[in-house]
Design a protein around this ligand. Sequence first.
Ligand SMILES: Cc1cc2nc3c(=O)[nH]c(=O)nc-3n(C[C@H](O)[C@H](O)[C@H](O)COP(=O)(O)O)c2cc1C
Length: 267
Amino acid sequence: MKTIIYYFTGTGNSLAAARKVAAATGDCELIPIALLRETRGAIVPQAERVGIVCPVYFFGLPLMVAEWAARLDPAAAPYVFAIITHGGGGESAALWQLDTILRKRQGRGLDAGFGVVMPGNYILKYESPQGKEREEILAKADKQIAAIAGNVVRCEKRTLPASLVSRLLYNLVYPWFRSHVRTDDKKFTVSDKCTSCGTCVAVCPSKNIELAEGKPVWKHRCELCCSCIHTCPVQAIQAGTETEKRERYRNPDVTLADLKIGTEDMS
Ligand SMILES: Cc1cc2nc3c(=O)[nH]c(=O)nc-3n(C[C@H](O)[C@H](O)[C@H](O)COP(=O)(O)O)c2cc1C
């Protein structure tokens, strides 16, 4: 059975989860949603099983994912599932948002939705868990992903998790996120440590960064994924005064090269 998994990732958690499920399904193509951002029209996956894997942002979907989902037409796929990675909450609201978009546009929602707790990466507000705490979170996530992979392989239908608190928080904070996210890159600065290596340009899923005179310039179509801050090899990128003190994060199962946009064929 052919599977296509679309993913969005900033620091690799969602990619790591998507890969593990892809490996279990066998014949699977992994497609970065970022690669489709400049295409137009409906996206009609030629597969029996379709998956969407992405992080939760402010109790909802990354904006790129929400916009892309409105173009997805999985009506012909017998099984459609989603996995939301998150740092501790909001997955049920993000799944509900995704399901609502698909139902509204294509009359066909998710057959199953899952949340997986992974290290939080919103470095503007906090430091990602370090050391033993991080290891424990990742070990627990691995077990959960293995169980989800089993559900997906068996095409098990699942009622979406529901949380009134999450929905309430979505209503409170997501509108703010939606209206600020593109230009929140105004907070980003670069120090003299910058070596003009271009890593930030290569990992940015929205192609929001250009080098001007060798230094990154943000073009205000940001997703706030924080990939540029986390992956800079010399930690030259900051957002405000707090990020300098915070350790950077990348999921240990992905390499820097993996975060640069491309397609993967797992078949
Ligand atoms: C802008 C932003 C907003 C976030 N909002 C939430 C949130 O509302 N709830 C939560 O549990 N985690 C939140 N997170 C943490 C991520 O969802 C989590 O670390 C995720 O696994 C990152 O996936 P990635 O490595 O594939 O980018 C947020 C992260 C960012 C960058």
